[in-house]
Design a protein. Structure first.
Length: 229
């Protein structure tokens, strides 16, 4: 079987996946830490207990997000690698079927049968495995997903996102402490909303408003839970 050489340069899909993991990690870091701050803050005035709870949650969410992204992207990579292996075996056993798949992929896009056959023959002669994998799965056989990149992006962004409300709480004193924490949360989730919209080519304003509403609901619910105790 032909060995699969994985290109070290991240593909566009890999970079997009890493950015997605970073945005989600930041959003989770913000919301979980601010949730702990307001639930514990409503239950106690002990500043040290509040700080320890928030830091512990920040560490937990960073590693949780990293572990989740690693497991998820690893599963995706395994699926991709299995598909490439199957096509490598099939290519050795029945190259004519692979050639027909490539021809069909081009004719379905409006290329004439004669031109599609010529393209398939040229591609099969130069690099058949990546060609058939792309034709069947729209996948680059040399650039599989990188679970480590997604894991580190999620862990770092979750940490940075959670630090924003934590810094606001610990640096501002007096009556402005909690309003400053709320303001820092709103700014942080607005940033992640904007970034997620840019990555998904969506509506930035809608994403920002949605994230801010979710953030405020998170603060309110956790504050009420803290009051109950």
């Amino acid at each position: 079987m032909k060995a699969i050489q994985v290109n070290k340069d991240a593909s566009l899909a890999t970079r997009a996946n890493t950015l997605r993991a970073g945005v989600l990690g930041a959003n989770d870091g913000i919301l979980t830490v601010v949730g702990v701050l307001f639930s514990v803050g409503a239950a106690t005035n002990n500043a040290f207990a509040l700080f320890i709870a928030a830091v512990a949650d920040l560490i937990a969410v960073a590693f949780s997000m990293a572990g989740g992204e690693y497991a998820s992207v690893s599963a995706q990579r395994d699926t991709e690698a299995a598909a490439v292996d199957r096509e490598s075996i099939a290519l050795e056993q029945d190259p004519n079927t692979a050639r027909q798949v490539i021809i069909t992929s081009y004719t379905s896009r409006g290329v004439t049968a004669t031109t599609a056959a010529a393209i398939a023959d040229e591609l099969m002669a130069s690099d058949p495995l990546p060609t058939i994998v792309t034709a069947k799965y729209h996948l680059d056989a040399t650039r599989l997903m990188n679970p480590w990149a997604a894991a580190f992006a999620s862990m770092i962004s979750a940490t940075l996102g959670g630090i924003l409300p934590l810094l606001a709480l610990t640096t501002v004193r007096g009556q402005w402490q909690w309003p400053a924490t709320i303001a820092a949360t709103v700014v942080a989730v607005a940033i992640t909303g904007y970034l997620s919209a840019q990555l998904g080519h969506g509506f930035a304003r809608r994403a920002i408003i949605r994230n801010i509403i979710i953030g405020l609901i998170t603060i309110t619910l956790h504050y009420l839970v803290g009051l109950a105790f």
